[in-house]
Design a protein around this ligand. Structure first.
Ligand SMILES: Cc1ncc(COP(=O)(O)O)c(C=O)c1O
Length: 381
């Protein structure tokens, strides 16, 4: 039986052409023509004030933490159901992480629990749009505005997904995107920071260039550049930008296909979900997602283990994540859970991601869903 892998990174066929152009130009380092073309395209399409490509979403989050001016003892509110980078970026600057429970329908932070976790030390609310399904942005903007706290979007999964008529990552003060190979479009490792709050634009340019005003020098605005702030090398290599560029140009087509595959999964699992109480992702009306992740939730973690084994025996390789951060070694050192963990641990122990990638075939999805149906019908679980 042919193997169905969890992910096959997208290759459009145009990447090598663009990488050859980089070779011919001799301009390999950051912020060459391909970086500029990608950033301009993103700014135009997302209607975003300023976009900078970064080596990863992790780096974009680290830039965001510097821009937020996080100091020792500041507090950052976020869900525990997320990737370590969401928290690490702020811990690196001395923050304490305050984890808040999720809404089990979307696996996103429960916006109704945030205000209770706010203290005079709260500097940032960091939200994650899980699987490109948006958080409840109207309410989050209201809370962050009322308390004068920065709202940072971890939109790692969410390129070109929307909340109402706005793209995810462009709604809060800062947005962070991932172009890792598991995302809809990618360049192996890559990311972007979206600067929506204009007051951060100038400093972002400096932080990204090792804390120097080199960009001003390159634009001819000053006659030499120097070290003026903290920073690091948050630039993306031209080779990566050249790989990303052709994918950025056809992202709508890519997302459309993923959404079609996502819907096929959903339709073919609908019946079994009604009979066997497995749960499928819910998409709120205000959200247009991008098909980055398809998941189901089993009855409990034992049923999930059994289902994984059953699928693996049929050469199908699903995956799961995240282990809640507040239960991890570092999460206990650097953070604490505010309120009751009603959903985070239990829901993350039931969540199972099914294979999802651009070249996945419809017939493969039907094979996968048939195996899942057989698992439930023979009551292996
Ligand atoms: C929610 C979230 N934030 C951040 C990241 C880190 O992204 P990257 O691998 O581009 O650093 C990930 C990784 O998938 C993620 O899931």
């Amino acid at each position: 039986m042919p193997i169905i892998q969890f992910n096959i990174p997208l290759v459009t066929g145009k990447e090598i052409y663009h990488i050859r152009k980089v070779k011919a130009s001799g301009n390999f380092s950051g912020d060459g023509p391909y970086n500029i073309m990608c950033q301009d395209l993103m700014e135009k399409e997302l209607q975003c004030n300023k976009v900078f490509l970064t080596p990863s979403c992790t780096h974009a989050l680290e830039m965001a933490a510097i821009l937020a001016d996080i100091k020792e003892g500041d507090e950052v509110i976020m869900p525990s159901f997320t990737f370590p980078s969401s928290a690490n970026a702020f811990v690196l600057r001395g923050a304490n992480i305050i984890f808040v429970d999720i809404d089990p329908l979307t696996m996103n932070i429960d916006e109704n629990l945030i205000e209770d976790a706010i203290t005079e030390r709260t500097k940032v609310i960091l939200i994650v749009h899980y699987g490109g399904v948006s958080c409840e942005m109207d309410k989050l903007l209201e809370i962050s505005g009322k308390h004068n706290i920065l709202l940072i979007e971890d939109a790692a999964h969410s390129y070109k997904a929307k909340y109402k008529n706005k793209y995810l990552g462009t709604i809060g003060d800062i947005g962070c995107i991932s172009f890792h190979e598991t995302k809809n479009i990618h360049c192996g490792e890559g990311g972007a920071i979206l600067i929506n709050n204009k007051r951060f634009a100038e400093r972002a340019e400096i932080i990204r260039e090792k804390g120097t005003n080199r960009k001003k020098f390159i634009r001819g605005e000053i006659d030499k550049y120097t070290w003026i702030d903290i920073g690091s090398s948050f630039l993306l290599s031209e080779l990566n930008a050249a790989f990303l560029y052709p994918q950025l140009k056809i992202v709508e087509k890519i997302n459309q296909r993923r959404l079609m595959l996502w819907q096929l999964y959903r339709d073919s699992l609908n019946e079994v979900s009604l009979s066997f109480k497995i749960e499928l992702a819910q998409i709120p009306d205000a959200c247009r997602h991008n098909g980055n992740i398809f998941y189901l939730k089993t009855k409990d973690s034992t049923e999930r283990e059994n289902l994984i084994r059953y699928l693996n025996n049929k050469a199908i390789f699903p995956a799961f994540h995240y282990l809640p951060l507040h239960t991890s070694y570092a999460g206990k050192l650097f953070g604490k859970f505010h309120g009751e963990d009603k959903w985070t641990s239990i829901e993350s122990s039931r969540l199972l991601r099914l294979p999802m990638f651009y070249t996945l075939k419809k017939k493969e999805i039907l094979e996968i869903t048939d195996v899942i149906k057989r698992f439930y019908l023979t009551k292996v679980g």
